[in-house]
Structure formats: C-alpha cells, structure tokens
Write a protein that binds this ligand. Structure first.
Ligand SMILES: Cc1cc2nc3c(=O)[nH]c(=O)nc-3n(C[C@H](O)[C@H](O)[C@H](O)COP(=O)(O)OP(=O)(O)OC[C@H]3O[C@@H](n4cnc5c(N)ncnc54)[C@H](O)[C@@H]3O)c2cc1C
Length: 501
C-alpha cells in the first residue's frame, strides 16, 4: 500500500517558474488549488491581466488529497443550519452548493474535459441505530427547505436503515479536471508562478503582495485562496478556523458490487464512500474518520479504522492507497468567502466540502468584483465572528494544546530506523530528526514559527504538524499549509552528533 493520494499519479506535467522580479497585474490570485484556479477561470472574460502564485505547485495542496465528491449533501448539516442560522440561510447554503454542482457540470461539458465526471445519487445513511434520529431530523430539514430527496434502502452491508437519497450529485477525477483548467488558463494568457510564497499583503489603495524572495506584486485586486489566508491584519482567522484531519483509502481492485454513488453517514467521525476509476478499474474509496487536529490521534490508527470498515462491511481486504489531509472548518459550519478589504477577497474554510463550494465561491467573487453585489455576501462574510460554544471550546482548548505540544521528551541517544522520525529536546530547543529510506538524516527545529507551538511528526504524511492552528511542514522543513509563513530552520547533523547513533 502506498502512503500517498491516488491523484498523485496525475500532477501537472510541467513546472512554472518562480517569480524573480517585481510585477504589476490587474488580478492577483494567491494559491492554485481548486479555489484559486476556479476564480481565475471565472474571470477569464473580464479582459483583465490575471496572475496566480503558489508557494508550491499547482493543485498540490489539500485539493490533491480530496475525495472529490461534488454534492450539497454535506452529512448531517441542514437540521443544524436551520437551528443555528435560520431557514433562509440554510436554504441559501443549499442553493449555493447546487449552483456549484451545476457549474462544474457545465464547465466539464463546455470545455469537453475527460475527468471521469459522473452524475450519481448521494445517500445520507445511518451506520448505527443511534443515527436514525439524525436521519429523521435531516429529512424534516429537507422538507422544510424544499430540498428534493426520497427515502431509499442502500446495500444492507452499509446500512440496515432507510437512507436519504439525493439525486443529481456527482464526483470526478480532480487532477484530470484541474489539469485541463490550467491548460485553458495558460492558453488564455494567465501568468502562473510556482515556488512563490506570499509573506505579506497590504491593501491600501493599490494592493501590494510581497514574496518570500522579496519581490513585489502590485495588483488592482487580490483574491486570497491559499487555504489559510495570508492576509491577517485584524481578521482573527486563527480564532475561527479549526484545522481538521481526515483520512482516505482506496481498494487495490474492483471487488465491491454496490451502487456507484456518494455515501456519507450522519455522525462525526464519519464514513464516506465513492468509487474512483483507476487503471481501468472501478475502485472503492473510503474516507472520513475526521477529527480536530488538537485530538492528537495517530494517523495510522485512523487509517486502520477505515480499512476495518471496508473489510467488515464490504469484504475489502487489500488497499492500494492511503493518505492524510487537512482542511479547515469554521465554528458556524459556513465557509469564509467574500471581501475583507476594498480590493482584497478571501475564499476558504469549506468544512471539508470544497468542490461545489469553491466553484460557487469563484462565481460569487466574480460577482463581487464585477457588480459589487452577491446574494451570499452576508451569509459567508469572512470578517464575521461567530461567538458560540464551538468558538469558545476551540479557543479555550488551544491554550492547553499549545502547552501540551511544547512538552517534548529529552532523549540521550537516538537510534532511528529508515523512514522514521523522532522528536526531542536539546538545550531547550525542540528538534525533529527524520531518516529517509536511503539513511539520509534531515534535522529541523520543530517550534512552529506561527505561535511557537511544538510540532508533532505525522507518520502517514511524513510531515511535522501543528495541532493548534494547522501549520504543516515537510520532513525537511518546507512549509506546506497553515498560518505560518516561514519554513522550519534546518539544523546541521554536526550540531547533534553526540545524540545520534
Ligand atoms: C480527506 C479529504 C476529503 C475531502 N473530500 C471532499 C469531497 O469529497 N468533496 C468536497 O467537496 N470536498 C472535499 N474535501 C475538501 C476539499 O478538498 C478542500 O476544501 C479543497 O480542496 C480546498 O481547496 P483550496 O484551493 O481552498 O486549498 P488548497 O488545495 O490547499 O490550495 C491552497 C494553495 O495555496 C498555496 N499556498 C498556501 N500558502 C501560500 C502562500 N503564502 N503563498 C502562495 N501560495 C500559498 C498552497 O501551496 C496550495 O496549493 C475533502 C478534504 C479532505 C481533507
């Protein structure tokens, strides 16, 4: 089994250069995941010069680790939305997602994109008896919101109870889709820069973004799509964006005969299912087991829970891919999309539902940019503060999490197996040592540059992760996600020779 995303096999075939000079553009998009690329696509006809920058490479962030179900059926959500935000807002959320589904279907058809796009049923199901009440509440919410659905039985190995069937949902191969979108953007003159990290952004009058290499990008408008907005100022994103970990496995062969559909149950951590066409076979993808980063769960244990479900319920014993991913959720279940300053826009925090939301979000940002109006402005206002139990709970926990992460054992002599890591403290400094399969050592300072939490090694992704706010780094210290803006400091092996065996 390979510890990587199934979509890894289809990265963009060429690299884009790093920005090496100061430039001026009409629209700067920061981040080339589904959010940034969809925004660029929507704005193609505006006659504006568009520039996209990514600190890594196109669609290699969370988007590369998605399970790519395109749906408005986001688990057990509409009952909660009605209760917490009211009928009208819950209905708007549904309509927004429906518009995202329609838009992806339209783009796939208009651009003739071969990306295994399939229209399928979605099912919200009860895995256990205790979930039946959730199903009933969600059905009542669908009724109240006039959302079309029907009650249906699904394969009894998945659920013994009636499920809620949503017709007209979809799924696709995210990398094949975005690969074609990037081709279109390039052909239409969009400038793309990779390995170009934005470390500062000002929006007074003309916006100016500064790269880690100290180059300046002047732009009339900036769309911040870098997962954890690089534009911080007084928006307090760290108090309202909760990092969640999720896991995914794909079966080694097509052995499961159940309806080709999107499935999800009603509780968290959830179990979600879909099929992915891979090497000519229809393979089962099981995902979920989501939890907040601060829960300190072991990724390999969570993966074995997904495999256990596959084995016990559907007889799937062999798996080809297993991967880990992080996404952000807000404390009120709604994404952060819209204007945060006159000429700066943000799209993030999709609560693990970024396909339809990012696509509809791109249309929303286009409306804000071109008409200065959108029916979703109030609902998704990125500057809102939703002070509720979840907000208080998360922020109170962060203090405890920070203290817990800073406590790292002092070790004397370290003996490491290939492809493993150890974290230790030396003279007050937190240090991570990773030995790769060829026995090469990588040593980094594992105090997070964001708020000085201690990082933990993630055996599945081979990364150092911050459990407080979600900053993540490769084993050699390169920043890949989260609010931090710097790589980890590399430490020379000679500094630790008395520790290593
Ligand atoms: C396991 C899992 C399964 C999921 N399944 C589904 C699903 O079935 N359906 C669904 O709708 N959603 C799903 N999601 C959610 C969805 O995948 C995400 O919400 C979505 O991919 C986020 O896309 P993004 O473009 O906002 O972020 P990203 O893909 O992370 O893109 C952000 C980009 O910004 C770049 N960047 C970061 N910082 C900087 C900086 N300072 N300067 C320049 N560039 C920067 C990064 O390198 C990255 O390329 C899932 C998520 C997970 C974790």
């Amino acid at each position: 089994m390979e510890n990587k995303s199934i979509w890894d096999a289809d990265l963009y075939p060429v690299s884009f250069s790093t920005l090496k000079e100061n430039i001026t553009t009409d629209i700067l998009i920061i981040g080339a995941g589904i959010s940034g690329l969809s925004c660029a696509y929507e704005l193609l006809d505006q006659g504006a010069a568009i520039t996209i920058v990514d600190q890594n490479a196109v669609y290699q962030g969370t988007t590369l680790r998605t399970t790519a179900k395109i749906t408005w059926q986001h688990g057990y959500i509409y009952h909660d939305l009605i209760r917490k935000r009211g009928w009208d807002k819950a209905r708007l959320y549904y309509e927004f997602n429906q518009s995202g589904i329609n838009r992806i279907a339209e783009i796939v058809s208009r651009e003739n994109i071969a990306c295994d796009f399939r229209t399928v049923n979605g099912y919200l199901f009860a895995l256990a008896d205790k979930e039946r009440e959730n199903i009933e509440r969600e059905a009542a919410a669908y009724d109240k919101l006039d959302i079309p659905y029907r009650r249906a039985r699904i394969d009894p190995r998945i659920s013994a109870y009636e499920a809620l069937q949503a017709a007209g949902q979809a799924n696709f191969n995210i990398t094949k889709y975005l690969r074609r979108i990037v081709d279109i953007l390039v052909a239409r003159g969009v400038a793309i820069y990779e390995n170009t990290r934005i470390v500062d952004l000002h929006g007074n009058g003309e916006a100016i973004a500064v790269t880690a290499g100290n180059k300046r990008i002047r732009a009339k408008n900036v769309i911040v799509c870098n997962h954890y907005p690089v534009y911080k100022k007084f928006n307090f994103f760290f108090t309202k964006m909760i990092p969640y970990y999720s896991y995914s496995v794909v079966a080694a062969s097509s052995v499961v005969e159940i309806e080709d559909a999107n499935y999800i149950n009603t509780v968290s951590p959830s179990i979600a299912l879909r099929f992915i066409t891979h090497a000519g076979q229809r393979k089962l993808n099981i995902s979920g087991a989501s939890h907040e980063a601060y829960k300190f769960k072991q990724p390999l244990t969570e993966i074995s829970l997904l495999k256990k479900f596959g084995k016990e319920n559907l007889g799937v014993a062999d798996y080809q891919y297993a991967w880990f991913a992080q996404d952000y959720a807000t404390t009120d279940l709604l994404p952060l999309i819209g204007r945060i300053k006159d000429n700066i826009f943000v799209a993030t925090s999709y609560n693990k539902w970024g396909m339809a939301i990012a696509t509809a979000g791109a249309m929303m940002i286009k409306d804000l940019l071109t008409k200065n109006a959108s029916g979703y402005t109030a609902l998704f206002n990125p500057t809102r503060m939703a002070i509720n139990c979840k907000f208080l709970g998360y922020n109170l926990k962060v203090v405890g999490t920070l203290l817990k992460t800073r406590s790292i054992p002092k070790r004397k002599v370290v003996k490491l197996k290939p492809d493993s890591a150890v974290i230790l403290k030396k003279q007050g400094k937190r240090i991570g040592i990773y030995k790769d399969p060829e026995h090469k050592l990588y040593i980094v300072d594992i105090t997070c540059p964001h708020m000085r939490c201690g990082l933990r090694f993630n055996k599945l992704a081979r990364t150092y992760d911050c459990k407080c706010h979600g900053s993540r780094f490769t084993y050699d210290g390169k920043l890949i996600d989260g609010p931090a803006l710097k790589d980890l400091r590399r430490i020379a092996t000679s500094e630790l020779h008395d520790y290593l065996e």
